[in-house]
Structures are given as C-alpha cells and as structure tokens.
Design a protein around this ligand. Sequence first.
Ligand code: PGA
Length: 257
Amino acid sequence: MRKKIAAGNWKMNTTLQEGKQLITDILNGLEQTPPGQKAGELEIIFGTPFITLPLAAELVKSNPQVHIAAQNCSNKEKGAYTGETSVDQIKSTGAEYVIIGHSERREYFNESDQLLAEKVNLTLKRELLPVFCCGEQLQVREAGNHFNLIKNQISNAIFHLDSDQIKKVVIAYEPVWAIGTGVTASPEQAQEMHAVIRNLLTEKYGSEIAEEISILYGGSVNAKNAKELFSQPDVDGGLVGGASLKADEFVTIINSF
Ligand code: PGA
C-alpha cells in the first residue's frame, strides 16, 4: 500500500517564533481531531524554512505520523558555496524529506533538470527522501503539450534511478497555473495527469513499483477541495502552500482522506 501524504510547503514564510506556534497549533489540532487513516498509512509533512528545521524536528518527535522536509538543498556536498545548505546539514537537523524542483525554484532560480537530478542523487545518497515536483505552465497546457512536458521533467531528473531508489521518491504534480492562484486543477484534470505519471512509472519500472509510489497533487489545495482531490484513485495526497500556513485549515486538509 502506498502512503497517503499531506505535506505543507511553507515557502519563505514564518519566523522561527511563528513557525513554532504554527507547529504547536497543528499538533494540538491533530490531538483534538486525530486523522482517520491508521498510523503508518498517512504521513504528515511540514516543509519548513531551513532556520526552522531543527526546532520543527524536535517538536514533532512525539507524533510518529509527522515528518519534516527542507524545501531545497544544494547540489554540492560541502565547501565554499556561500549561502547554500547541504544534504548533510539538512540530515543533521532531523529532517527526513527534501522538496526538489518546485516550480518557483525552476523559474526564479533557473534550476535545470540536470541540476535537479544531481540534487535527487545527493538526497538519496544521504538517505533523505526526495519530494520531486513537476508541473506545466498554462501556455504549455493550452498548447496541448502538458503530458510531454511532464514526461520530460520526470524522465530527465529521476528516471536514471534504479528500482530501489525510485521507490523512495514522492512525486508532486503541481501545475504552475494552479499554484497560489486559487485556480485548482479539477479532480478530473489531477487524476488524468496522475494516471499518466503512474503509467510512465509502470513502463519504466513495472507496475509493482509504480503502485508503491505516492503521487501528490499541489496547487491551491484548500479545506474545501481537498476531499474530492484526494478521493481520486491516483491522487495520494497533497503538497499544500498557502493553506498549510493556517493551522485549522491544514488540520482539515489532513482529515480529508
Ligand atoms: P499553493 O502552493 O497551495 O499556495 O497553491 C502549492 C505549492 O506551491 O506547493
């Protein structure tokens, strides 16, 4: 059974103090309304800013369902790269996941497929789990090239992995036109793309492995639309931006499986 995952991507929001408060509020909310899924089937991930990682990892220790993610990592192992953060440094905070290839990193920081492949490799080498993001811009969808683009993004950055490695990857499909816009992909659009992605995984690695890989949807997920999105057969959860910054709303999203 593949994991169901509710992941928050806080982006460049929250000070250390605000982050502590947000985690405390979400954990309290989860105590009051524990998720329906059995422990082990559902994972909750907080993708916090780097500065928050050690504190976040400490705060969630009491809840085995909750894990911490960094939002990026360097493609270099260590050394004279001022301002970068290595996978070793991330690992040392207690974080377990690294979000790689978010469209904001691709667009604003010019991250190429090749660079993302290097980050994925380092993440796995350090026994961290990549949450690999892919997604098309509106004009690509309008031109009918969205399936091709996703195929390229995925095959260029993660299809060099072997079967044991690919099983550790979580894929997040995040159409760029749906991120932060309030325009969510319809459940049918999400399911359609997720099925295409699972099919690519099946062709490359076989159905047994493809069935084990969690594929998350991201892009304006909120407390109102999460249930319908998550009920699609190939949508295994969500990568949530804005709505993950509101404790009540994120708890409702977690309870939408
Ligand atoms: P959003 O962001 O939920 O605010 O649209 C999602 C993401 O970028 O991961």
